[in-house]
Design a protein around this ligand. Structure first.
Ligand code: TGC
Ligand code: FAD
Length: 390
């Protein structure tokens, strides 16, 4: 791990600014120092390592593109991507924590919240003093969030919230949850629910074989009285939560490259050192084919992510473009993890190397933020004009 410097086959660094490279180095150094040494044990024990919260905040991973006046880092979208890439080189679960906090909690409050909400929540979320979760998925509504049944009623001086969300990252320890629910007319709105409100509970989901260092759970609302000032007033309808997903999916398109780079880097070095039949296994054509295809696919994914970042910076990236990159890059990373594990032979199944953990983590990444199938259908809809979801 010590000599890892990234792989840049097409000299994409030439297209990055000095600031981008400094941000990357800071994130990379932090992952090497504070994540890599503890993450295997955290994953084995299925414990979220709370010690990383401070560091995530310090490298700008909480709200990288949220303006500094609200405590964010005020960076561009490529910086956001680079930070996600470096974090996911360490672990997809750690990147999940940052994705949720930034794109799914801070973004909706920043984009759709009142000035009071922004001032109250954003600086604390940026510093990690407050941790957030995002409740869209329900037990019976995953790919089809528009069918949600969680609902709130106007009770004059407050709203009364009922329902349940499942598969929620950060839920077991979150201080606040951005929750999507239908009003009495069936229109979807976002509400900020705070820990301590009566009737709000967050049981943890156990027995995951994937994303074990990330805490996942439920959000349960039983007659929760939510103050009216906690409604996100800036946007309603399914488009509001979906626009947050655009931001998180973009970060995942970069993040997956980090996991793939770590697997490739590990496999390349192992192949050069491991001797069988009197030669390094890297000298056998079958292993070279695997490694050559890995770096080719990584390079294509890097090009896609960088161009998407440029489009995001210009405010031109479409939902369909983001879907294509999320789908392609996560699939690329899973394939590389599987091939890399084989290059390590039996050693590849142990926790002495990161590959098997990445491989298992990526099974969540390919499912959350829209499944592999759903993203294909988004592309299909974009090119044909016909939605095949329903
Ligand atoms: P559809 O009729 O297509 O759209 C409903 C309304 O939303 C608008 N819209 C968008 N607006 C902004 N941004 C987007 N990306 C948008 N996509 C659609 C659309 O224009 C429409 O507006 P209006 O005004 O006409 O009402 O909706 P649909 O019900 O047919 O569903 C489409 C579909 C299937 C693509 C969508 O539901 C979907 O993406 N499903 C996947 C669900 C998903 O991704 N869930 C993720 C949950 S969060 C999570 O997984 C976090 S993981 C934690 C981590 O990152 O670590
Ligand atoms: P389903 O929607 O039931 O899908 C099952 C299968 O059917 C999939 O293969 C899917 O592709 C396929 N399918 C569904 N509809 C169609 C269709 N129309 N056409 C073709 N195939 C279809 N959600 C949140 O709101 N917040 C979070 O923080 C969050 N964190 C998560 C963390 C983890 C570890 C995991 C695993 C999930 C998380 N999710 C979160 C939920 C995630 O977004 C959903 O799991 C995902 O959207 C899929 O929903 P589902 O699991 O209900 O699967």
């Amino acid at each position: 791990q010590d000599v890892y410097q990234g792989h840049d086959y097409y000299n994409l660094d030439d297209l990055l600014s000095e600031e981008h490279k400094l941000i990357r180095q800071a994130a990379r150094d932090w992952v090497k120092r504070d994540v890599s040494p503890i993450i295997e044990e955290a994953a084995q024990k299925a414990e979220f390592p709370k010690s990383i919260i401070k560091g995530l905040s310090e490298i700008g991973a909480f709200g990288p593109y949220i303006p500094e006046e609200y405590g964010g880092a005020g960076l561009d979208q490529i910086s956001y991507g680079i930070i996600m890439q470096e974090i996911e080189r360490g672990d997809s679960g750690v990147r999940s924590t940052a994705s949720v906090q930034s794109s799914l909690v801070m973004f909706p409050i920043y984009a759709y919240g009142t000035e009071e909400q922004k001032k109250k929540f954003l600086p604390k979320l940026a510093s990690g003093e407050m941790m957030g979760s995002f409740g869209l998925t329900e037990p019976d509504h995953g790919s089809n969030p528009g069918g949600m049944v969680t609902n709130f009623k106007d009770k004059g001086d407050h709203y009364l919230l009922n329902g349940a969300k499942l598969w929620i990252s950060n839920s077991p320890f979150c201080d606040v949850a951005v929750v999507w629910a239908k009003n009495e007319e069936g229109r979807i709105h976002g509400l900020i629910v705070e820990r301590g409100m009566d009737g709000f509970s967050t049981p943890e989901t156990h027995n995951k074989w994937s994303l074990r260092a990330s805490a996942t759970g439920e959000l349960i609302f039983q007659d929760v009285k939510v103050p009216k000032e906690n409604l996100l007033t800036g946007k309603s309808g399914l488009g509001a939560p979906l626009s947050c997903l655009d931001s998180a999916r973009y970060g995942i398109a970069w993040g997956a490259i980090g996991a793939a780079l770590d697997c490739y880097d590990t496999a390349l070095r192992y192949a050069k050192e491991r001797i069988q039949f009197g030669k390094p296994i890297a000298s056998f054509q079958l292993q070279q084919k695997k490694l050559a295809e890995m770096i080719t696919e990584i390079t294509k994914a890097q090009l896609m992510a960088l161009r998407l970042g440029q489009l995001k910076n210009e405010g031109k990236a479409t939902t369909a473009q983001i879907s294509m990159a999320k789908r392609n890059n996560v699939k690329m990373a899973i394939k590389i993890a599987r091939e890399a594990r084989q290059i390590l032979g039996g050693m590849g199944i142990t926790g002495d190397y990161s590959i098997m953990r990445h491989m298992m983590n990526l099974e969540s990444v390919i499912t959350y933020e829209g499944t592999h199938d759903i993203h294909l259908l988004i592309t299909g809809m974009d090119i044909t004009g016909i939605a095949a979801f329903k």
